[in-house]
Write a protein that binds this ligand. Structure first.
Ligand code: UDX
Length: 441
């Protein structure tokens, strides 16, 4: 296929699809409704942070594999495949706001296509959406649904290394132009209906979210029981039917996808008289998790009024500067309401709405000059800082590790009180010592 592929929307799904397809040897046109964004992209400035993204973007611009447009006609008219990757945020009632998807389809309806186009919807939408939009497309093209399973921070890598490719279409033949683009990946393809593909997407995310809530429940139980969640979850994850992924306990899942997707499945289920079970429980556990972390800190330092809390991490996860629906931000807000001031350090976040009196600082050690230290994002570099470098700065000696990323033994050895999520059992050193003495009996 020599025609360029057009991508509508240059968020992380659109950009990952664009650069991934360019890596596979296709020419790609990117369109965005925000002209300043297009302008920055033309100059090689990515719209969000991801390792290796600037280099990759620069490479494909220089090799003329990608072009950016602020006119949909110019971007799409020569394409046979047009991918829609625009946002579908949650409304207050949990339903998905599909106005950007609808606007994209309506815009494309006015394009004078040189050939009959295949329109590929990649935004996450509730089941039934693609079928209901297909009437708008039928007079001038085919509409199919191809969900993405891309994680922020590794989206291009995930695009090029999918576990499976899912494509939903009215007939198998309609899926072919899109699947042909990805042939070189040699991955299993699930050909199915459009509604099935939509359900695969939102239920996959609901399951991953459920797994995190399960890990948090287990870790909370470990904390109450005096057990060690690291060992318990590792032991569970070794069972190949369960698997080790998405069993990291912490402050709960954040970001623009999981909460929104589970809410959306719950909303649709409720319309069919279902959904009061697992979907609701997944969200309930997640909503409770920030409060648990705050309570652990409170147990150690008492009232927050007049305290200064050092915070490591604000992004909703490591390797991104995204603070959308970040539970770290929710915790910081709540601490601010209770009278604490925060010194916040995140390696990637340089602007954030913080409570009055709190501020972003430029180093982890600067943030740690406080009454207590709270770790809220799982940046691996936090674990690499020697605790003796910050121990003396923490006036009340307390470290609450909301992501279980620090080495508890090293923190304690530096003279600090360490609390993690379900990490109240004996420390690794104590376990090794008692194991050694048991073996010598
Ligand atoms: C997610 C899905 O993984 C991806 O397939 C989908 O298409 C988009 O949504 P993303 O939101 O980028 O990707 O991040 P992910 O790595 O899945 O993490 C989501 C949240 O869960 C983060 O806040 C992360 O810190 C948290 N998390 C993840 C845990 O708390 N524990 C875990 O074990 C894994």
């Amino acid at each position: 296929m020599s025609r360029p592929i057009c991508i509508v929307g240059t968020g992380y799904v659109g950009m990952a699809s664009m650069l991934g397809l360019a890596d596979l040897g296709w020419k790609v046109h990117g369109y965005d409704i925000v002209p300043e964004r297009v302008d920055r992209l033309r100059r090689g400035i990515p719209p969000y942070r991801e390792p290796k993204l600037p280099e990759l973007l620069q490479h494909h611009i220089e090799h003329r594999n990608v072009h950016f447009f602020d006119s949909i006609e110019e971007a799409a008219s020569g394409s046979q495949v047009v991918i829609i990757a625009v946002g579908t945020p949650s409304r207050d009632d949990g339903s998905a706001d599909l106005s950007a998807v609808r606007a994209a389809v309506e815009m494309l309806a006015h394009v004078q296509f040189a050939t009959w186009p295949t329109i590929v919807l990649r935004s996450t939408v509730p089941p039934g959406t693609t079928d209901s939009l297909s009437a708008l497309v039928a007079p001038w093209g085919n509409l199919i649904y191809a969900p993405e399973f891309l994680r922020e921070g590794s989206a291009v890598h995930d695009f090029l290394n999918p576990d499976r490719i899912v494509v939903g279409s009215a007939t198998p033949a309609e899926a072919v132009p899109y699947v042909t683009l990805l042939e070189r990946l040699q991955k299993p393809v699930v050909f199915t209906s459009r509604s099935n593909a939509e359900l695969i997407k939102c239920c996959s995310n609901a399951y991953l979210a459920l797994k995190i809530s399960f890990a948090n429940e287990v870790a909370n139980l470990c904390g109450a029981f005096g057990a060690t969640s690291d060992d318990v979850l590792r032991g569970i994850g070794y069972d190949q039917r369960i698997g080790p992924h998405f069993l990291r306990p912490g402050i709960g899942f954040g970001g623009p996808c999981f909460e929104k997707d589970v809410k959306s499945v719950e909303f649709v289920s409720a319309q069919y008289g279902l959904g009061e079970g697992l979907f609701s429980a997944t969200l309930r556990v997640n909503e409770g998790q920030p409060g648990r972390v705050i309570r652990i800190l409170e147990e150690e330092i008492g009232s927050f009024a007049g305290t200064t809390i050092g915070v490591w991490g604000l992004a909703f996860k490591a390797n991104t500067d995204d603070i959308r629906d970040s539970l770290a931000l929710r915790i910081v807000d709540e601490l601010g309401r209770r009278g604490a001031k925060m010194l916040v350090y995140d390696p990637a976040v340089h602007v954030a709405p913080l409570p009055v009196g709190s501020r972003l600082v430029t180093s982890a050690l600067e943030a740690a000059r406080a009454d207590a230290l709270l770790v809220l994002t799982e940046w691996p570099q936090f674990a690499r800082i020697d605790p003796t470098a910050y121990a003396s700065g923490i006036a009340r000696r307390v470290v609450v590790d909301g992501r279980n990323v620090l080495d508890a033994d090293r923190v304690v050895a530096a003279g600090l009180i360490y609390r993690g999520i379900g990490r109240s059992g004996p420390s690794a050193t104590e376990r090794r010592t008692s194991l050694a003495s048991a073996l010598t009996v």
